[in-house]
Design a protein around this ligand. Sequence first.
Ligand code: SF4
Length: 354
Amino acid sequence: MMSTAETLLEVRDLKMHFTDGGGWFRKNRRTTKAVDGISFDVHAGETLGLVGESGCGKTSTGRCITRTYKPTAGHVRYRAGDGTEVDLAALRPSQLADYRRQIRMIFQDPFSSLNPRMTARNIIAEPLRVNKVASGTELEDRVVELLRKVGLRPEHRHRFPHAFSGGERQRLVIARALSLDPRLVIADEAVSALDVSVRAQILELLVELQHNQGLTYIFISHDLSVVEYLCDRVAVMYVGRIVELGPTDEVFASPRHPYTQALLAAVPQPDPARRNILTQPPLEGEVADAANAPSGCHFHPRCPFAQEICRTESPTLRTTSDGHQVACHFAEQLRLDGLSGDDAGRTADQEVQT
Ligand code: SF4
């Protein structure tokens, strides 16, 4: 059973491991643990952010939920539109069609995700036609309605993608994703390829559509300023694991995990009042190789607070006194800097106080 009536999605112990062949006799087989046992809920109507550096497993998580990938292990329990509950991870490909209409994905690059030989009308009409949702006049009316909904002019529906600007193409991608009335939209770096002013317009459109249609979003991004604007809660991932999860404003104001703090330190601050708040230097070193992750806490080679236990024991994700879920042996002892203006001038303790 799901946690609460509002829980739309319940992900439990999800793993996505990729194994390469390793050549003759498979002696050099490598297993990349892109997602390595993560659990989280998504509530109906909320926006959950998945953040982390490239290679942290956030895109693989999204693809397990849409069942682009068949998870190696774990559960993706989804409450469908008719109230029934189903474990998407356990379904056979032939059973997925209904759920693929209810859970849609938007990708980063609108140009490569649109067929350049299809008109805007056909791009939007295709899912409606293939799924036998509408035909004839009703189909044409739906296309016009969807174009209006995303702020495009219906008279432009016979244009090809190259005739639209980058922002308009992303609106087209959103219209196609919405054509089947999804309940959950997974947006993977959906605004990263857009310039700043267009990005703001698309974010506003996503918020407006959420309010008007009761959509639930999982928003995958490496851009924390976008996540701060859009997401109710945020899950921070590092090498296939969630290291911190909580309400976005609380996690950003008072991070409990050193990796979260390091990511926040890299956020450009247009507001002068919020500059130079963070005393932690930007994160150094590369994200660990998921095929050969460090022992214990995967973050320990980059963590300024690492102790001996961090090299040998993997911290579990647990709820701290302020309600965040954090995977750090010293979450309660560390005083880390966040983005809150109230914290200006506060200094991060470089010593772990045990
Ligand atoms: Fe750093 Fe240790 Fe916490 Fe990992 S468990 S984040 S290495 S202090």
